[in-house]
Design a protein around this ligand. Structure first.
Ligand SMILES: [Zn+2]
Ligand SMILES: [Zn+2]
Length: 346
């Protein structure tokens, strides 16, 4: 079978690999569409993401949807031919974090296409991949696979919004208008936010966020002073989501969040220490919250996509055959031309 394997920074090969054998509670899925994520781009450009470094070749990809082609003897949840959204999380289901309902924090988590553990967990940009039955969510046959594959990044954003508490009537700031920022716009709107301001340093992604429901867009490269009015009087936003992983954007969020407001860090900052005006967090009593992946929000994401309550089409930029993965990753890295690029198989 064809697989898209990252060996090191800028060394990606589409090569033949052995088709996996499934166990009794496992399912073999044939890939139909896989979204390229910022973390895939980090592995491609830098050979790692955040604190996770590549130590062996790894199949990329964790935003995947496909068709069930084989099921293990004890699988009842899906049948051959089902179209499925695939939750890339396979927590151990046995540790204190899993048992406390925070399976996204499981230290033994086997997450598709991630170098967090060694040996690395191979990803889903492969003609076939195997998953546990509980990772499969059946979807109707008439929904495009590249839409279904957005369940994963949407789940990240729904988890971030769940972490933020009530957004009903809230004035929201989102820094970073990549796919996660743009989907956080949609998630915040769904959760009742009254106003959503989003920032970026490139115009094209801001236009996409406007289509996703942002009420104000700010290009902080072209108009660096545009947020000054929101920083005045100790900040104007009830809730800020930092979705860029950039320390300067975190600083913007700290200054723009009102006293008693909440700040949710979604973007992975560069490895090591990050400097930020922490005393402002203290003096304004800002609740500063981390958010990492998702758990039951994956099901919410699938339901939002199936019902059409959240329309992800504005973020879908282009599709490439799996064989053309290098071209696809190059385009996905050009933010003025693309937001979510998908790999597909006939
Ligand atoms: Zn992702
Ligand atoms: Zn666990």
């Amino acid at each position: 079978m064809l697989s898209c394997v990252i060996y090191a920074a800028h060394n990606l090969r589409v090569e033949q690999r052995e088709t996996p054998q499934i166990g009794a509670r496992e399912v073999l899925v044939r890939l139909k569409a896989g979204g390229i994520c910022g973390s895939d781009l980090h592995y491609f450009n830098h050979g790692g993401v955040g604190d996770f470094k590549l130590r062996e070749p790894m199949v990329l990809g964790h935003e995947v949807a496909g068709i069930v082609v084989e099921i293990g003897a004890e699988v009842a949840r899906v049948k051959v031919g089902d179209h499925v959204a695939v939750d890339p999380s396979r927590p151990c289901q046995n540790c204190s974090d899993c048992l406390a309902g925070h399976s996204n924090l499981c230290s033994k988590m086997r997450f598709f296409g991630s170098a967090a553990l060694f040996p690395h967990v191979q990803g889903g940009f492969s003609e076939f991949f195997k998953v546990a039955d509980f990772q499969c969510h059946v979807v109707p046959n008439n929904i495009p696979f590249e839409v279904v594959a957005c369940a994963e990044p949407l789940a990240v954003c729904l988890h971030a919004v769940a972490r933020s508490g009530s957004l009903l009537g809230a004035k929201v700031l989102i820094t970073g208008s990549g796919p996660i920022g743009a989907l956080t716009v949609a998630a915040a709107r769904w959760a009742g936010a009254a106003e959503i301001t989003i920032t970026d340093v490139v115009d094209q992604p801001l236009e996409i966020s406007r289509a996703m429901g942002a009420t104000r867009t700010v290009n902080t490269a072209r108009t660096p002073d545009a947020l000054e009015e929101f920083k005045a009087n100790r900040g104007a936003f009830d809730v800020s989501f930092e979705a860029s992983g950039n320390a300067a954007a975190l600083e913007t969020c700290i200054h723009s969040t009102r006293p008693g407001g909440r700040l949710i860090q979604i973007g992975m900052l560069p490895p090591g220490l990050t400097s930020a005006p922490i005393n402002r967090i203290i003096a304004k009593e800002i609740d500063f919250l981390g958010t990492f992946r998702f758990h039951h929000e994956f099901r919410w994401a699938v339901e939002c996509l199936v019902s059409g309550r959240i329309d992800v089409k504005p973020i879908l930029s282009a599709q490439f055959a799996l064989q053309d993965a290098v071209k696809a990753l190059e385009l996905a890295g050009d933010r003025s031309r693309a937001m979510k690029v998908s790999l597909t198989l006939e």
